[in-house]
Design a protein around this ligand. Structure first.
Ligand code: HEC
Length: 142
């Protein structure tokens, strides 16, 4: 049992390192890459749960995952990108921003879109569900 658990742990760590290395190598090859962009590390199990929550909750009625805008911005390539806001600020779509966009969508409205996202997700989703949704969105970063 113990060695199985150790094996599983090693695998998780290796996977994490692999993703990190992949992101780093992608960055050094990328043309307009900025040195300040942190690699996006996704929890794959949470991302799978997030995908189910997104379709069950109706997020995908307004958000696409293929890069085309719906009544909301697409989730493809969102994580880690620069978001121009209606306020004139430009923020990076990190975990904190993504979480905030779900639980308090009116506080940072994306430029060019209306503030039509329901503010009720903070009450209707559990904290874990919000984390899972953020991991799912991060899995669509590229
Ligand atoms: C009725 C349509 C609608 C639904 C349903 C909806 N959203 Fe949104 N969402 C929007 C719009 C419009 C914006 C852009 C304006 C804003 O920032 O609030 C947005 C913005 C976002 C952003 C920030 C996007 C960016 O480009 O920076 C995230 C993240 C997000 N939504 C997640 C979710 C999640 C998760 C759900 C489901 C729990 C959801 N949304 C459901 C319309 C919707």
């Amino acid at each position: 049992m113990r060695s199985w658990a150790e094996g599983a742990l090693a695998l998780v760590i290796l996977l994490g390192l692999g993703v990190a290395l992949f992101m780093f190598s992608g960055e050094s090859l990328g043309e307009g890459s900025t040195a300040t962009t942190a690699p996006i590390i996704v929890d794959p199990d949470a991302a799978v749960r997030g995908e189910i929550i997104a379709s069950r909750t109706g997020c995908l009625a307004c958000h696409t995952i293929d890069g085309t805008p719906g009544s909301g911005p697409t989730w493809r390539g969102l994580a880690g990108s620069s978001r121009p806001l209606q306020s004139g600020d430009v923020v990076t779509a990190d975990d904190v921003y993504l979480t905030n966009s779900i639980v308090d969508p009116g506080s940072q409205v994306v430029a060019g879109f209306d503030n039509i996202m329901s503010p009720d997700y903070e009450d209707s989703l559990t904290e874990q569900e919000v984390v899972d949704l953020v991991e799912y969105i991060k899995s669509l970063a590229s």
